[in-house]
Design a protein around this ligand. Sequence first.
Ligand code: FMN
Length: 318
Amino acid sequence: MSRTPDLAVRIGPLRLKNPVLTASGTFGYGDEYAHVLDPKGLGAVITKTVTLKPRAGNPPARIAETAGGMLNSIGLENVGLERFRREKLPKLRALSATVVASLGGETPRELARLLEALGGEPGIGGFEINFSCPNVARGGAIYWAHARRLERTLAMLRPLTRAALIAKLSPDVTAIAELARGCEQGGADAVTAVNTFVGMAVDIGGGRSRLGRATGGLSGPAIKPLALARCHEVVRAVSIPVLGSGGIMNGRDALEFIAVGATAVQVGTASFIRPRAAAQVVEEMARLLAERGIRRIEAWRGCLEPAASPAPAAGRRA
Ligand SMILES: Cc1cc2nc3c(=O)[nH]c(=O)nc-3n(C[C@H](O)[C@H](O)[C@H](O)COP(=O)(O)O)c2cc1C
């Protein structure tokens, strides 16, 4: 009988019992799913992105199904800092799960104000800074796609919390490796690669976008090979942990991301199809490793054969 492998991983100061987190915006504020799965069994729950003021989000339609995926243009609808602190945080604490709060801002100063308010709150093990929303007019993926801006912003945020600081990046950039290096230099404990890819779908009957806006963010199985390649690129660019995100539906997908060097993975769209998906990823991952006689997830990480890796990216550390 094979032993259950040790799945524990570290993200900066945060120790996770396993490397599976829920992706921001796909698991509410954590408590909504508590009746179908115990979030304590997950590595961590990442909340919906919270902004200083409440946001109503974008006009409908906000979701469109596509081949192998979905487009969303939610536009960071959220309850805002005050309600998050007053209503959501006590519920999150009651779950006794590891919680990572996702924060979004239109400027470095807005992010600093959020972290000044939440940085020392008990019950939050880490913060994922959403530098990558494709669905907002200001403070979205395009605004944050500058390595120096990311570096300066993270350097400003770093002293505001002792919890883990994770920077979430967009795949729709010229050089994701450079952005990841900016985050590392600014003091991030980890980088998440990647948020959704900008996509479109047209209703040819009405001659209009199938979303309330022209474009949305594509997620789900359709993006997995693209996300995996971005994740691989980021892993080779930095020495801090990388969290893989994009199309992870099962334990096999998760092991692919960890094989290219991700320390942890996030389960997003899969939870809309199967609300227990994140817990199932943990179970499948453990079974697949045990079948291979692997006792620690660390032994699997980065196991991609060197021959399968392309030449080092320019500027990569030795
Ligand atoms: C409906 C929806 C809402 C999302 N909201 C957020 C969000 O608020 N903040 C964020 O950082 N990412 C958000 N995302 C992106 C996911 O966290 C994840 O990075 C992306 O969907 C790719 O993973 P997946 O293919 O497993 O869904 C959202 C995705 C979806 C589908």
